[in-house]
Design a protein around this ligand. Structure first.
Ligand code: GCB
Length: 858
């Protein structure tokens, strides 16, 4: 052993336990090795490093080093090298064994070393890989496992781009397999050497065929024994077939006995059989074994009629899912993966898309169990590199994805290439488009050859003519569209017309909506919801209209919401910067209204939900009217407000609406539909002359059409309203929002967590008037310059601000003094005999204000 190694071992002696692979039974032994790793977030020269014992942190897997840095104020996050170490102790087995490490995923490049030798490498962050370490294992003494991980941008590895974070690390489980020297092969594609197909399924009969890839230690005869257990656990058949193996890799194809009247797998009844497959020697000793779930079902996609499962029509309504959770990045526990799938099922969905990459085995296992149809794709998102390496890596990912997930009955579609023509123009980018098309053809051919039993798909963005012209819509078996009508596209009801145009232009291809969604920040509520305001209410309007369009069209196979949950995306500058808030549940999985709205559409179980139940503390102008909505899949709903019946209404597309006047104080809402009942309480403070609690403070979000209730803050930022006597408001001026640039983004404002307060401004108000009684007040004025027109020196906005005739700020130049998109606030103590009039006087360009707070001191 080298000196270097001694040093590592000294550092490692504090952790690691011996794996006593006691021969407790026969067959394989599978253990996780997730606990007690060492980690350092930098590159090291492992041969000379002396830092190991002192500077490395102790971590457990799953782990990422990017849990927090994508969300801090600095742009970028660590994309580089990290090292992991583990001490593997293995006692000598009584009969020789093979030892295989199986990494479920490492983002995105991994080099694995054992006892000083590189034993394996893997490219790509979303698929598994296995390494046979048998040759390098030292029994009875510490084995040092080192993993060098790199999540730097690499032009040869997809994804090159994407609206999500590329969190680095060993972020899924790692397993150690101990198997007989003759075993199911762990191939270079990360699969487990057994491929289960159901080539003939009907209500009468189900046929299972197997392709086993077996690695034999020597030329030998073996028996492949299969036991199939029914969904209720009864033995359906036992089958034994003998094979002669040559030393090395062998392929064995098996046809198993036909199952009569199989219990079919379907979203309503996801019956799963259990198949136990063993490799036995001729004396009956089990050498290796594995268990898989089998679902008997058949899928069809039809260009005119949509999707069918087991011959029955089913509109695939569901959602997309990212692997992302606050504070964890992508390193989610299996429990969290499972609970996300349960959430999708709980909404009544029948389908989800694992965008934009293959996901954890726990996700697929759960989809099988709950009966959710899955489309899965490789992370080829938005861009390609025109290099052989890039294409090779894409193809390898495709093969890995298919082979690793082949046995899941839930998987119906293999997809690749998300929105490849976004931002492209035929005249300008024709050469690149042709390369994309050429790569697509190769991936398509490979996918069909790998798995003729499934469908293929390319999800596109909404540039219909360009995709048709490029030929991309002709390549896959299904065309996916990511449509954002009512979000990126202005026309809220445009999805229907788009789909009709597609149907006309490409009549032969089945079609799925692979994405549709609108951002909604749970802190933002609006009585006048608008596109891009990130209000919960606009998200409801968006979903409602799109669902109407989708349900009207039978040829549409289904639709997937973007996204089940809010997720991290470092480059985003939405209402909450660095978060994509198109989730219908929040980051912490608290449902937004749109979750219940979709549930009312999708679920077969009875649904009744009063919209806005979590907007339970409201400050409203007395003159503002607001609808009360109830989402339900029942036809009639009755509503009571403070004990008084508001009448029975018929739901229209799953919504019943009343205009019920909420009153000052606590309001109790009760909704009833048949035996379903929901009650909620909403505390309302109605703003009217004489009914303003100035001592508690009034917070006006200038230029905003929404209310902003920051989490855990006792403050409600009010929408900006015109002045009316006895209360307060603006006099003149216009709203300004960076999002009006038309791409839906606001702006990440520095030095605040309350970005929505600064992301809207009122420009050139003549004044703001507050009809306060006599007293002493604290007046706080907030600004952030977020208009790019005034970002540069020489063209800033300069103005004076006076209150009740006294000029407090002269020649105020926010951008020059504090910088662009930097939040600042200035407080003044002001005495008044009654009333506060805040005036703005332009010096250069037009004055502006982001927010105003008034609080009565005494
Ligand atoms: C898309 C992308 C997805 C984005 C989404 C959005 O079309 O496929 O990755 O996150 O739009 O929210 O803009």
């Amino acid at each position: 052993m080298s000196r270097t190694f001694n040093r590592f071992i000294i550092g490692l002696t504090l952790f690691g336990s011996f794996f006593h692979f006691i021969a407790m039974g026969q067959g394989r032994i599978v253990r996780s090795i997730n606990e007690d790793w060492r980690f350092i977030k930098k590159d090291i020269n492992w041969e000379t490093s002396t830092e190991f014992s002192t500077r490395w942190e102790s971590v457990d897997l799953p782990h990422t080093w990017n849990t927090h840095d994508p969300f801090d104020e600095r742009p970028g996050y660590y994309r580089g090298i990290g090292w992991y170490a583990y001490q593997l102790n293995i006692t000598k087995p009584t009969t020789p064994k093979n030892y295989i490490l199986h990494f479920e995923a490492v983002n995105q490049e991994a080099e694995v070393m054992l006892n000083g030798k590189t034993v394996g490498k893997h490219l790509g962050g979303y698929t598994a890989f296995s390494i046979d370490i048998t040759k390098h294992v030292r029994f009875g003494e510490p084995n040092i496992l080192l993993v060098k991980v790199d999540n730097s941008h690499n032009e040869a590895i997809p994804p090159l781009k994407g609206d999500f974070n590329f969190y680095g690390g060993i972020y899924r489980d790692v397993w150690l397999y101990e198997v007989d020297r003759t075993h199911f092969n762990f191939s270079e594609f990360g699969d487990k050497g057994l491929f289960i197909s159901t080539p003939q399924v009907s209500k009468e009969k189900g046929l299972i065929t197997l392709k086993a890839n077996i690695k034999a230690h020597t030329n030998q005869s073996i028996v492949i024994a299969n036991k199939l257990f029914s969904p209720s656990g009864n033995l359906v058949f036992e089958d034994k077939q003998e094979r002669n193996l040559d030393q090395g890799e062998n392929e064995a194809s098996l046809i198993l006995p036909t199952v009569q009247q199989p219990e079919l797998w379907h979203p309503d009844s996801p019956h799963l059989y259990r198949l136990v497959t063993e490799i036995r020697d001729t004396n009956g000793k089990i050498l290796d074994n594995q268990t898989n779930q089998v679902g008997f079902r058949w899928f069809e996609f039809d260009a005119e009629k949509g999707f069918f499962i087991n011959g029955e029509h089913l509109k695939l309504m569901g959602t997309n899912r990212h692997q992302d959770f606050p504070g964890l990045g992508n390193a989610l526990s299996n429990d969290r993966h499972v609970s996300d799938v349960q959430l999708i099922k709980g909404m009544g969905s029948t389908f989800f898309r694992t965008a934009h990459y293959p996901q954890d085995p726990a996700v697929l296992d759960q989809a099988d169990r709950l009966g959710l149809v899955v489309t899965m794709e490789i992370p080829l998102d938005h861009d390609i590199t025109d290099s052989p390496e890039f294409l090779d890596n894409s193809k390898r990912m495709m093969q890995e994805m298919i082979r690793q997930n082949f046995n899941h009955p839930s998987v119906a579609v293999w997809a690749y290439m998300n929105e490849m023509l976004l931002g492209r123009n035929w005249d300008r980018d024709q050469a690149l488009i042709q390369k994309i098309v050429a790569q697509a053809k190769e991936l398509e051919a490979l996918t069909r050859a790998e798995d003729p039993s499934r469908f293929t798909m390319i999800p596109n963005h909404g540039a219909l003519d360009l995709y048709v012209k490029s030929g991309l819509t002709e390549i896959p078996m299904i065309v996916g569209w990511n449509l954002y009508y009512g979000w990126y596209e202005k026309d809220l009801s445009g999805a229907g017309a788009f789909l009709d145009a597609f149907r006309e232009k490409v009549p032969n291809k089945p079609v799925l909506i692979t994405e549709y969604g609108a951002g909604a920040d749970p802190r933002i509520r609006s009585l006048n919801p608008e596109r891009f305001d990130f209000s919960i209410e606009w998200q409801n309007i968006f979903h409602q209209q799109n669902l109407v369009e989708f349900m009207e069209r039978d040829f549409l196979a289904g639709a997937a919401i973007w996204n089940i949950a809010d997720f991290g995306s470092e480059g985003r500058q939405d209402a909450e910067p660095k978060i994509n808030s198109k989730g219908i549940v929040a980051k912490d999985r608290t449902p937004k209204d749109a979750f219940y709205l979709n549930q009312a559409w999708q679920s077969k179980k009875p649904v009744l939900k009063i919209a806005g139940m979590d907007w339970n503390k409201r400050m409203l102008h007395a003159q503002q009217t607001f609808p009360i909505q109830v989402f339900s899949n029942q036809t009639k709903v009755k509503l009571w407000l403070n004990g008084k019946s508001q009448g029975k209404k018929t739901t229209e597309d799953h919504i019943a609406t009343w205009n019920a006047p909420l009153q000052n104080g606590i309001n109790t809402l009760r909704a009833k539909a048949g035996s379903l009942e929901e009650t909620t309480q909403i505390e309302v403070e109605l703003i009217s002359a004489g009914n303003i609690n100035w001592a508690e403070g009034v917070h006006v979000n200038c230029g905003a059409n929404f209310f902003f209730n920051p989490e855990n803050e006792p403050v409600i930022w009010l929408s900006d309203e015109a002045y009316s006597t006895g209360t307060f408001g603006y006099n003149g001026g216009n709203e300004f929002r960076p999002r009006d640039r038309g791409i839906g983004s606001d702006m990440d404002v520095y030095c605040t967590n309350f970005d929505p307060v600064y992301q809207t401004n009122r420009v050139a108000p003549n004044a703001y008037q507050f009809d306060v009684p006599a007293g002493k007040y604290e007046v706080t004025l907030h600004w952030a310059e977020v208009d790019r027109k005034f970002e540069n020196a020489g063209n800033e906005r300069v103005f004076n601000v006076s209150i009740n005739g006294q000029t407090y700020f002269k020649q105020l130049n926010i951008a020059a003094t504090y910088g662009f998109r930097r939040a600042i606030s200035k407080s003044l103590a002001i005495e008044t005999e009654g009333g506060l009039a805040i005036d703005f006087e332009a010096i250069e360009n037009q004055p502006f204000i982001s927010a105003i707070e008034i609080r009565k001191l005494f």
